[in-house]
Design a protein around this ligand. Structure first.
Ligand code: FAD
Length: 448
């Protein structure tokens, strides 16, 4: 009996692979199926904090940037949900995370190519096809191409690795169930957007009234997301195109330098938080003031009850000790290839830090046949830039992938007109000069 062979098998159904599936839904001749271990679609349910907002425009949805007529757009969601006019009158610059999650679930409910409850256990390559085996023993699936969309893993700081997960809880699980931190000494670790949102939740008494609240951040201050126009151009196809052609060390330096373009705290959140802190002594007389402790790195934690936190102040280089009953880790996420790819990992080209090397079309560099591709979404922060782990270019990236899969320019993915020229292209008026006398003497004096 001949096996049923897919053109594309997607592993993981977060927003990024959902976008690829939404574009492919318009191409019924392409046999695609996407698999996720979860029982149904759910976008970061543990971080659906009341009032949390998307840090990205709702026009940067799953499809619009590539195919504004696609029926899986946010605007169509509003129309179908009968919320279009109410939405316009709300005049919000940013929609709520809850509404975006609802939009994503709405799209997921309309795509027949998605299969939930299908955790991929392993992937191997045999007889020119990828073979996917599932954790719960469903029949294996064969595919010519893969799209890896398994997302991110919570980052646990080394000092907390040995602690019980409930006492040192990563924020991604915070809203998974009801919690009560009443009477506890709570320490929030991590000074990014998640840390700020968790602080707001604590000040609003979302999880009872803690005995004390402390917020530790390694960063020198509680720093804002840079949402200004020229910084936003880092999230444009033109910039990504230039970025991915740069040498590895330059790309690494730029990702570090551009941190606040993607990992800062939304100015609205900072404002709300500051105002709550200002009002706290009047609204809650007699309660201890929350303590904000920037510039501290977590040096060690002892697993006593209460726990003892040793921190190093990066400003004055002093060590301090704090007691806590409950740690809330807002320490970010790690990107990496999923374990299910272990059988084919030796076939992948990795960079000096073990990350996969991605070509322009988000396909991994590997030693398999040229007509078999392994695409990867959310694996290209260091190859395609900070935009890769954000929603901004989701539809554009999916269009690049689908174009490559189809072998034609189905979607326009060329460069939009933007007022900044990043690369040195060389024009008649401004030629690129390749042979500079004394170049060596100047090397190394410029830095970013
Ligand atoms: C709380 C939060 C808020 C965010 N808000 C924004 C924002 O406002 N703007 C922005 O630009 N970005 C935001 N981001 C960043 C980014 O957009 C999201 O993390 C986004 O969910 C990434 O999508 P993804 O598809 O890569 O992965 P994920 O959403 O993590 O989905 C991955 C999926 O893969 C599945 N999976 C994993 N392994 C397997 C396997 N072996 N077999 C089958 N399935 C598997 C998982 O079950 C999961 O469903 C936010 C991130 C977080 C954590």
């Amino acid at each position: 009996m001949s096996k049923d062979i897919l053109d594309l098998a997607g592993i993981g159904i977060g927003p990024f692979n959902l976008s690829v599936a939404a574009l492919l839904d318009q191409h019924p001749t392409v046999k695609a199926a996407f698999f996720d271990s979860k029982p149904g679609f759910d976008w970061h349910p543990g971080m659906q904090l009341p009032g949390a907002r998307l840090q990205t425009s709702c026009l940067k949805d799953l499809v619009t940037g590539a195919d504004p007529c696609n029926p899986h757009s946010f605007l169509n969601y509003l129309v179908q949900r009968r919320r279009f006019y109410a939405f316009l009158s709300a005049e919000r610059t940013a929609i709520s995370r809850r509404e975006f999650a609802d939009y994503l679930s709405w799209v997921a409910s309309r795509l027949p190519s998605l299969q939930f409850g299908h955790g991929v256990e392993s992937v191997c390559f045999e007889d020119g096809l990828f073979r996917l085996d599932f954790r719960h023993g469903s029949d294996p699936v064969y595919s010519r191409n893969l799209c890896i969309g398994t997302g991110i893993r919570p980052h646990i700081p080394p000092a907390c690795e040995a602690l019980a997960p409930e006492r040192s809880l990563h924020c991604i699980h915070l809203m998974d169930r009801a919690r009560d931190f009443s009477g506890k000494h709570v320490a929030v670790i991590g000074g990014g957007q998640s840390g700020a949102e968790v602080m707001l939740g604590l000040l609003d008494g979302l999880w009872g009234q803690p005995a004390s609240i402390r917020w530790f951040s390694r960063r020198p201050n509680f720093e804002p997301l840079d949402e200004t126009p020229f910084t936003n151009l880092y999230f444009s196809p033109q910039y990504v195109d230039t970025f991915q052609g740069l040498p590895e060390q330059r790309r690494r330096d730029l990702v570090h330098y551009q941190k606040l373009a993607s990992d800062g705290i939304s100015p609205d959140t900072l404002q709300a938080l500051y105002q709550r802190l200002y009002e706290h002594p009047l609204e809650h007389p007699g309660r201890p003031e929350p303590e904000l402790l920037p510039g501290r790195s977590l040096y060690a934690v002892t697993d006593n009850a209460p726990m003892s936190l040793l921190t190093r102040n990066r400003l004055d280089d002093q060590f301090e000790e704090f007691r806590a009953d409950q740690l809330l880790l807002c320490t970010g996420f790690e990107h990496g290839l999923p374990d299910c790819l272990t059988p084919i990992k030796p076939k992948l080209r990795l960079d000096s830090t073990g990350r996969p090397h991605l070509h322009r079309a988000f396909n991994l560099d590997w030693d398999g046949p040229a007509d078999r591709s392994i695409y990867a979404v959310n694996q290209g922060r260091f190859s395609h830039g900070i935009a890769d782990s954000q929603l901004s270019l989701t539809s554009w990236r999916s269009a690049v992938i689908v174009n490559h899969l189809l072998g034609r320019e189905q979607y326009p993915v060329g460069e939009d007109a933007v007022p900044v020229r990043w690369d040195s292209r060389g024009t008649r008026e401004n030629p690129v000069i390749r042979d500079i006398p004394h170049k060596k003497a100047h090397a190394g004096i410029e830095s970013i």
